[in-house]
Design a protein around this ligand. Structure first.
Ligand code: PLP
Length: 362
């Protein structure tokens, strides 16, 4: 009998998100659990967004604008690009999934890092493409030479998360320019800037400032992180209109719902809210990293809204012990399975985390 699904579909594994607070409370019969597992914005969306959405609820009976004209127009203004250079996604995740499905031919090959965002692996596997996962230096730092060395004549897409999830590492301007200039013209370089708002390193730049380095460059952004709209699922790709046009053909009709489109437009008007969160995150990133280091844990340098922390003990054991303290973090797969990824929360949540960590240490 022929198999029910192709071999690459058989290899797929469902994406495992951070454990929801309600689930943990149900399982352990506890209250007041906190979730520091999905790199969400702990102060939530702008109050302006919340207020606007209340009024907008009456429009739930109508289909969204399928072309998302207003939001794309606002984004075009913000980024000084044309609307034809922007494709929206149901979260940037949808775009990560669409890119290999749109651009890889049967013998094409993809390159991305390891450890890096798991959805690149999922997207490549889901379309049956061949790929190379390039180890980060010491599992933590981007290695541009190794990325370039992994490129083959058949390579079509390269994903670079900058800053990276789950390590928090970034590629500085000079190295990014070198990568973008040295990649063969055939390769579509996808720079995923989900965490673009959080770096304070002086040499961090968005790849949007480097669009003249190569034609085939797509930058991914999301409203899920700094804007605090993770539930509404809005992300976007910026790239040359000749590439964006194909993503537009492949995306589902009405892929971004009306609430998401509207909330994103309002969020763009409240830069102060983002600035407040970014400042809080920077302050807490330094404070929590220092406190964890004082507890003799190794903390990877992070330019994002989370810390990757080595407990030098089996990951599931540490994860479970923290769950019993009512704190949800994110255990990591090999080769970093003694590490946990911990999203930076509010100062109160971070204090709770630090107290819980101190309690579970041997
Ligand atoms: C590097 C990176 N890219 C993309 C995403 C997806 O974000 P969303 O689909 O919510 O826009 C995430 C989410 O954690 C991420 O870490």
């Amino acid at each position: 009998m022929t198999p029910l699904v192709p071999a690459h579909v058989e290899r797929m594994i469902p994406y495992r998100p951070g454990k929801p607070v309600e689930e943990l409370e149900r399982e352990l019969g506890i209250r007041d659990a906190i979730k520091l597992a999905s790199n969400e914005n702990p102060i939530g969306p702008s109050p302006k967004v919340v207020e606007a959405l209340n009024d907008f609820a009456r429009q739930a009976g109508r289909y969204p604008d399928g072309a998302a004209h207003a939001l794309r127009s606002d984004l075009a203004d913000v980024h000084d690009v044309t609307m034809e250079e922007i494709c929206l996604g149901n979260g940037s995740n949808e775009l990560i999934d669409l890119l290999p499905r749109t651009f890889t031919l049967p013998d094409d090959h993809l390159v991305f890092g390891k450890p890096s965002f798991v959805c690149y692996w999922l997207a490549a596997t889901a379309c049956g493409a061949d790929f190379t996962e390039v180890p980060l230096k010491d599992n933590l730092h981007w290695d541009v030479d190794a990325l370039l060395a992994a490129v083959r004549p058949e390579t079509k897409l390269l994903f670079l998360a900058n800053p990276n999830n789950p390590t928090g590492a970034y590629v500085g301007r000079d190295e990014l320019v070198r990568l973008l200039e040295k990649l063969p013209p055939r390769v579509i370089a996808v720079v995923d800037e989900a965490y673009v708002d959080f770096p304070d390193a002086e040499d961090y730049v968005s790849a949007l400032t480097l669009r003249d380095t190569r034609e085939r460059l797509i930058v991914l952004r999301t409203f899920s992180k700094a804007h605090g709209l993770a539930a509404l699922r809005v992300g976007y790709a910026i790239g040359p209109s000749g590439l964006i046009d194909y993503l537009q053909r492949m995306r589902a009709p009405f892929n971004v719902n009306a609430f998401g489109q509207y909330a994103a437009r309002v969020a763009l008007t409240d830069r102060e809210h983002v600035a407040r969160y970014v400042a809080l995150n920077a302050q807490e990133r330094t404070r929590v990293a220092r406190a964890l280091t004082e507890l003799s844990l190794v903390v990877a340098p992070s330019q994002a809204n989370f810390l990757l922390v080595d407990f030098a003990r089996p990951g599931p054991e540490v994860y479970d012990a923290l769950l019993h303290q009512g704190v949800i973090v994110r255990p990591m797969p090999p080769p970093i399975d003694t590490w946990q990824r911990i999203t930076l929360g509010t100062p109160e949540q971070n204090d709770r985390l630090l107290a819980s960590v101190a309690k579970i240490l041997p």
